[in-house]
Design a protein around this ligand. Structure first.
Ligand SMILES: NC(=O)c1ccc[n+]([C@@H]2O[C@H](COP(=O)([O-])OP(=O)(O)OC[C@H]3O[C@@H](n4cnc5c(N)ncnc54)[C@H](O)[C@@H]3O)[C@@H](O)[C@H]2O)c1
Ligand SMILES: [Zn+2]
Ligand SMILES: [Zn+2]
Length: 361
């Protein structure tokens, strides 16, 4: 029997979100219904609401979640009802050209639920990143459920489902930050701070945090930044060079997603260094760079989709490191809120008040 649950809907471009009744079908073959216990508010949810991702309104927002599997459809063997899981947006297919080449973290054909969740009038919903977890229950592909140890609270564990994994992965997987590296992180929200945590974990010798908000810089220091740069008052490229012997950082992680910050990242890295773009731009943004500089500065310019993570490998590992006290995922949770407070959480995100607001259900 399809179930009726409460969910947060973005009805149209820039319209306020509202709570609606969502119809969740029984899981079909390869699908699972998950009782959502917590779901973080990520900047990407705001991008969806603003129409910055695509126009497939209405969206069922929320995609950074942990919960318990309630039921599974035919043929599902990897997870079972009662399992505590983090939801992921990279259920790898095993069949596409990336998977076949042994690079499943790039999978080009990731799985989502085949059936649609709908409004009561039958309108089909587009779940954010194929998840849609600002809802009491959601329908996903079973491969989107990664089983982890229940000892970590859902408001903490769920953050690995997107922003924290994207940031840590941008540093350790995409950027390949290694012992002794100098790293700069531009934009210290949830994703940027996670990149700082990842860089520290990897043994970076210097981690320079850049933001336009003093509160974010103070928090970045708590997360492991060794130096901070307020780019409203200081040229970040010059500051990063000054802090790295005049050369620039080995790895610069851009966690804002804007042309001007990308340009800063490009010029703030050392020769043959690496730029990692983990911030998500919007369709109208353009970047112009002298091609000779692209060539002459060498190195690599990379994008980091979801921190190039493999959920089945990386989520349980990071949960273990958190349980051992080697990373503190709890430090990302600024506040826990109710489902009705998502619009307010967007405003607070916009004001820069929070790292993560997490909806607890
Ligand atoms: N690549 C991925 O897989 C992935 C996953 C999750 C989120 N993201 C993206 O990462 C970005 C950051 O997400 P978040 O949740 O941390 O957002 P956030 O709003 O919490 O953080 C953004 C930070 O950037 C700072 N900032 C804004 N303009 C700046 C500028 N000009 N210079 C320096 N700092 C500036 C803000 O003060 C804030 O601290 C977003 O674009 C989001 O969509 C990407
Ligand atoms: Zn694949
Ligand atoms: Zn996200």
């Amino acid at each position: 029997m399809p179930q009726h649950v409460r969910g947060v809907i973005a009805p149209g471009r820039n319209e306020p979100v509202r709570i609606e009744t969502v119809v969740v079908p029984d899981p079909g073959p390869g699908e699972a219904v998950v009782r959502v216990e917590a779901c973080g508010v990520c900047h990407t949810d705001l991008h969806y609401k603003q129409g910055g991702i695509n126009d497939d309104f209405p969206f069922l927002l929320g995609h950074e979640a942990a919960g318990t599997v309630e039921s599974v459809g035919e043929g599902v063997t990897d997870v079972a009802p009662g399992d505590y899981v983090i939801l992921n947006w990279r259920a790898v297919c095993g069949q596409c050209r990336a998977c076949r080449r042994g690079r499943p973290w790039y999978c080009f054909d990731t799985h989502n639920a085949r059936q649609k969740m709908t409004l009561l009038d039958g309108t089909e919903l587009s779940p954010a990143l194929g998840i849609g977890a600002f809802a009491e229950k959601t329908l996903v592909a079973a491969g989107q459920c990664t089983k982890v140890d229940r000892s970590v609270a859902p408001e903490i564990a769920g953050l690995l489902g997107c922003g924290v994994m994207a940031g840590i992965g941008a540093a350790i997987n995409t950027g390949n930050v290694s012992r002794g590296d100098t790293v700069a992180v531009i934009g210290c929200g949830g994703v940027g701070d996670a990149a700082i945590v990842g860089s520290r974990l990897a043994g970076a010798a210097k981690i320079i945090a850049v933001d336009v908000d003093e509160r974010k810089l103070a928090k970045a220091e708590e997360m492991g930044a060794t130096d901070t740069v307020d780019s409203r008052t200081t040229d970040p490229v010059e500051a990063i060079r000054a802090l790295t012997g005049g050369f620039g950082a080995d790895v610069v992680i851009e966690a804002v997603g804007r042309p001007e910050t990308y340009r800063q990242a490009f010029y703030a890295r050392d020769l043959a260094g690496t730029v990692v773009l983990v911030g998500v731009p919007t369709p109208e943004m353009k970047l112009e760079l002298p091609l000779l500089d692209v060539f002459g500065r060498g190195g690599s310019l990379k994008s980091s989709w979801y921190g190039d993570c493999l959920p089945s490998r990386d989520f349980p590992m990071l949960i273990d490191l958190h349980r051992q006290g080697r990373i503190d995922l709890g430090a990302f949770v600024t506040e826990t809120i109710a489902l009705d407070d998502v619009e307010k959480a967007f405003a607070r995100m916009h004001e820069g008040d929070v790292l993560r607001s997490v909806v607890v259900l």
